[in-house]
Design a protein around this ligand. Structure first.
Ligand code: HEM
Length: 508
C-alpha cells in the first residue's frame, strides 16, 4: 500500500471508527450504567426488542387510561424501556416528583429529539434552553418575568373579555346545533396572546383558520408532534426536510419568523423616531418590555433572541390555554349542578353593573369558579407529561440514577394516582380544592403548571385568561353536552379531545 492509499484509508477509517466507538459507548451507558439502575425499579415485563413499547397502547384514546392504570399499579414510579436501548422512569407521586422537579436538571434534548424538535421554530430560548447552572439562567436578561406585571395582566383581561364576547357573539344564533369547542378556543387564545404579546390585533377569529398566522401556528404544533412519533425522521433534521411534512414545517417557520421580524423592526423604528412613544402608551406590551430589557452591562437582546421569545410565548401561550378552557367548559357542561353554582357566583358579583366584563379586582372574588377550574385541570391536565434528562446523579427511593437518565414527570398519572387523590380520582369534584382540603394537600400533588425552577412562567396569565373567558361565557350561556358525540382525551404536547368537544350553548 503506498502512502496516498494509506492516508485515504486513515481519513475514511478514523471517523468511522470514532462513530463506532461512540455508538458502543452509548450502548454501554444505556444498558449497563443507566439500565442496571433503572431496572432496580418495578415495571411491566420486558420483551426483546420492544422493551415495554408493545404494552403501550400508542398514540390514541387508550393512552390516558394506560397512564392511570400504571399509577394505580405502581403508586410512586415505574420503569419503562422505549425499545431495546432507551430506559426511562415515569414519576407519578408527589414524593418522587419533588426530588426531580426542585432541581435544575434540564429538559430532554438528547440527540436531536425531545424538546429540540421545536428548536427550528422557537430557537434555544426560554422553553428549550438547557440551563446547566443557576448563574447561567440569571445572566439572561429578566424579560419575560416582568411581563407578568399587574398592568399587563389587566390589559390581557380586556382582551379575554373582548375575545370571549367576540366568540359568544359569533355563537349566538347557532344554539340549535352543538359547537366544536377545541378549534374555536385555539383561535380565541391565539388571538389573545397575539394582542397581548405584540399588539398584533388582526381579526383572527373572524378570518378563522384561514388566517395565515393561525394556519401556520396550528400546523407547526401538529407537525412537531407527528415528527416526534416518526422514528425515521425524528432524529434527523436533514431527512425531515426531505419529506412533505418537513418542507411544510420549515416553510411555516420562515413565515412566522418573518411576521415577528416585521413587527419587531417596525416597533424599533417607531421608538427610534419617537423615543418618548413608550411614555404615551397606556400599557407596555411584551414586545416593548423585550426591547427595553437590559442586563447588568446594559446589553439588550438581539432581534433573534426577541423573535425566539415571542415565538415561544405564541406556542406555549395559546394551545395550552385553549385546552384548559375547552376541558373546563366541558366539565361544567357535564355537571349542571356545579355550573349553576358558578353562574350564581358570577351573577352576584356582577349584579349591580351594566357592563358585565370581568375586571382585575373581580378575579379574587370568584372562589367557586376557581375551584371548578382547578378540578378540571387536575382531571384533564392540559400539559399531560414533561421530561427531564439528568446532568447530575440523583437518588430516588434509595437508588442512585446516573447522568443521562431520562425521566417523565407524568402529570396525568400524578393527578390520577389513587394513593394521592383517592379511588374516586376520575370524578369531577370541585370541593377537593376547598381551602380546608388544600391545606391538607401535598404542594406537589397538583402540578398543572409544573413546579420548581422550570415551572410555567405564564401560569398567572393563563389562569386569569381562563377565568375571564369562562366567566364571560357561562354568565351568558347555559352549556350542555352533546351526548351523541363521544369525547376521548388524547395526551399529545397538550391534552386534546380526539374528535373535539361538542357543546350546546343556550342563551340564559
Ligand atoms: C393552561 C395553560 C398552561 C399550562 C397548563 C402550562 C403548563 C406548563 C408546564 C407544565 C410547563 C413546564 C414545561 C416543562 O417543564 O417542560 C410550562 C412551561 C412554560 N410555559 Fe406554560 N402553561 C400554560 C400557559 C402558558 C402561557 C399562557 C404562557 C405564556 C404566555 C406560558 C409560557 C411558558 C414558558 C415560557 C415555559 C417554559 C419555562 C421554562 O422552561 O423555564 N405557558 N407551562
Amino acid at each position: 500500500m503506498n502512502s496516498v492509499t494509506t492516508s485515504i484509508a486513515v481519513v475514511i477509517l478514523l471517523p468511522v471508527l470514532y462513530k463506532v466507538y461512540q455508538y458502543l459507548h452509548w450502548i454501554y451507558r444505556t444498558w449497563f450504567v443507566i439500565g442496571t439502575q433503572v431496572n432496580k425499579f418495578p415495571g411491566e415485563p420486558l420483551k426483546w426488542p420492544y422493551g415495554n413499547l408493545h404494552q403501550n397502547p400508542g398514540f390514541n384514546e387508550k393512552l390516558n387510561g394506560y397512564q392511570k392504570s400504571m399509577a394505580a399499579k405502581y403508586n410512586r414510579l415505574w420503569r419503562m424501556w422505549f425499545g431495546p436501548f432507551v430506559p426511562f422512569i415515569s414519576l407519578c407521586h408527589p414524593d418522587t416528583i419533588k426530588i426531580l422537579v426542585k432541581t435544575e436538571e434540564p429538559k430532554f434534548t438528547d440527540g436531536n429529539a425531545g424538546y429540540l424538535l421545536a428548536e427550528p421554530w422557537l430557537g434555544n430560548r426560554l422553553l428549550l434552553k438547557c440551563w446547566t447552572k443557576v448563574e447561567e439562567k440569571q445572566e439572561t436578561p429578566d424579560t419575560s418575568f416582568s411581563f407578568w406585571h399587574p398592568q399587563e395582566l389587566h390589559f390581557c383581561l380586556q382582551c379575554g373579555n373582548r375575545n370571549s364576547d367576540e366568540k359568544s357573539g359569533q355563537q349566538k344564533d347557532r344554539k340549535e346545533r352543538a359547537l366544536t369547542f377545541r378549534r374555536i378556543f385555539r383561535l380565541c387564545t391565539l388571538s389573545i396572546i397575539l394582542r397581548c404579546a405584540f399588539s398584533y390585533d388582526e381579526k383572527i377569529q373572524e378570518t378563522g383558520e384561514r388566517h395565515p398566522y393561525a394556519v401556520a401556528v396550528l400546523d407547526l404544533s401538529r407537525l412537531m408532534v407527528e415528527r416526534a412519533f416518526n422514528p425515521f425522521v425524528r432524529m434527523s433534521k436533514f431527512l425531515y426536510g426531505l419529506t412533505a411534512n418537513g418542507r411544510t414545517f420549515f416553510k411555516h417557520c420562515d413565515y412566522v419568523h418573518k411576521v415577528a421580524e416585521t413587527v419587531i423592526s417596525q416597533r424599533r423604528e417607531t421608538l427610534q423616531e419617537n423615543p418618548d412613544a413608550l411614555e404615551d402608551r397606556k400599557y407596555l406590551d411584551f414586545l416593548d418590555i423585550l426591547l427595553q430589557a437590559r442586563d447588568e452591562d446594559g446589553t439588550g437582546l438581539s432581534d433573534l433572541e426577541i423573535r425566539n421569545e415571542v415565538d415561544t410565548f405564541m406556542f406555549e401561550g395559546h394551545d395550552t390555554t385553549a385546552s384548559g378552557i375547552s376541558w373546563a367548559l366541558y366539565s361544567l357542561a357535564k355537571h349542571p349542578e356545579f355550573q349553576k353554582k358558578a353562574q350564581q357566583e358570577i351573577d352576584e358579583l356582577l349584579a349591580d353593573r351594566k357592563n358585565k366584563w370581568i375586571m382585575w379586582d373581580d378575579l379574587n372574588q370568584l372562589p367557586y369558579l376557581t375551584m371548578c377550574l382547578k378540578e378540571s385541570m387536575r382531571l384533564w391536565c392540559p400539559v399531560p407529561v414533561i421530561s427531564r434528562q439528568l446532568l447530575n446523579p440523583i437518588t430516588i427511593d434509595g437508588v442512585t440514577l446516573p447522568p443521562h437518565t431520562l425521566f417523565d414527570i407524568n402529570i396525568i398519572a400524578l393527578h390520577h394516582n389513587p394513593t394521592v387523590w383517592g379511588e374516586d380520582h376520575d370524578e369531577y369534584k370541585p370541593e377537593r380544592f376547598l381551602p380546608e382540603n388544600i391545606n391538607k394537600m401535598d404542594n406537589f400533588a397538583f402540578l398543572p403548571f409544573s413546579a420548581g425552577p422550570r415551572n410555567c412562567i405564564g401560569q398567572n396569565f393563563a389562569f386569569n385568561e381562563m377565568k375571564t373567558t369562562i366567566a364571560r361565557i357561562i354568565q351568558r350561556f347555559d352549556l350542555s353536552v352533546d351526548e351523541s358525540h363521544p369525547v376521548y382525551p388524547r395526551p399529545e404536547v397538550v391534552t386534546r379531545a380526539i374528535h373535539g368537544i361538542k357543546l350546546f350553548m343556550n342563551p340564559r
